[in-house]
Write a protein that binds this ligand. Structure first.
Ligand code: COA
Length: 254
């Protein structure tokens, strides 16, 4: 079965992360499926809204660390880039429905969605620093602007989990809901968006994205540092420790 499922109803395309046994950790194949679906949605007149959600008890545990651990001259991130660029370039409103854990890119991607609804139980974490990595896909640009520099520094420099309420106060989340109300609310929001006039919807999103060029520039700046970090001893040690379910050796994590 595919680890990303697609379904369409009433002009709403739903993309479901569907690798629950691995906490929806995102593989290269999943990123490519998401990228392809978003590119297709842009071109399809019958799709007015994209919804991203996840099966199981977790939104996503972020990048699949075994993919990351492959030393592949940076090629292991090409599908991630394809997905994130497709998300940034998506002209249709993107609505995210989040529950459980939203780790790493699982939080970063929300910064590029238009509306984000989170269950009360959601825990967000940007653990890059704990993996010897750096922020990605404009999170170091967008988070200070959304949440303020102090919060952004806390989330990105300490790499500790934070609650749905914190994410709401920091502007990452549109609303926090009881888990049993979440899907119904997102259904209603998607239907409401799908009923709006296409021209107004399209241009409202485009007008709200006036700093897209700056975001894209920042993504490139971050990517250079990210690739360097991925090749560092600290990152290799963190990936290996996770994959072998052992503690990080501080001697190799400097
Ligand atoms: N990459 C690859 N595999 C992952 C993964 C990831 N990011 N996150 C979870 N998994 C796998 C685990 O290895 C485990 O596989 P196994 O059953 O074959 O042993 C399975 O998914 C379940 O994960 P587990 O850790 O047992 O679940 P948990 O409920 O105890 O913890 C998390 C959930 C998300 C807190 C924990 O899995 C975690 O910290 N994952 C890594 C998150 C991360 O650092 N992501 C990278 C961001 S760049």
């Amino acid at each position: 079965m595919s680890h990303v499922t697609e379904s369409q109803k009433d002009k709403v395309l739903t993309l479901t992360l569907n690798r629950a046994d691995k906490k929806n950790a995102l593989t290269r194949h999943m990123y490519q499926s998401l990228a392809d679906a978003l590119v297709k949605a842009n071109e399809d007149e019958n799709i007015k809204v994209v919804r991203i959600e996840a099966a199981g008890d977790c939104f996503t545990a972020g990048n699949d660390i075994s993919d990351f651990a492959q030393q592949d001259d940076g090629r292991q991130i090409s599908e991630i880039s394809a997905f994130m660029h497709a998300l940034v370039d998506c002209t249709k409103p993107v609505v995210a429905q989040v529950h459980g854990m939203a780790v790493g890119i699982g939080t970063t991607l929300l910064l590029h969605c238009d509306l984000v609804y989170a269950a009360k139980n959601t825990r967000f974490i940007l653990p890059f620093i704990n993996l010897g990595l750096v922020p990605e896909y404009a999170s170091s640009y967008l988070l200070p602007r959304l949440a303020g520099r102090r919060k952004a520094s806390e989330w990105l420099m300490l790499g500790e989990p934070f609650s749905a309420q914190d994410a709401y106060e920091g502007g990452i989340v549109t609303a926090v809901l009881n888990e049993e109300q979440l899907a119904e609310r997102v259904d209603k929001v998607c239907q409401s968006l799908a009923a709006k006039p296409q021209f107004s919807l399209h241009h409202t999103k485009s007008l709200l994205n006036s700093d897209k060029e700056a975001i894209e520039q920042h993504i490139n700046v971050e990517l250079d540092v990210f690739l360097e970090a991925m090749d560092s001893e600290a990152a290799r040690e963190a990936f290996d420790a996770f994959l072998h379910k052992r503690p990080i050796n501080p001697e190799k994590f400097k």
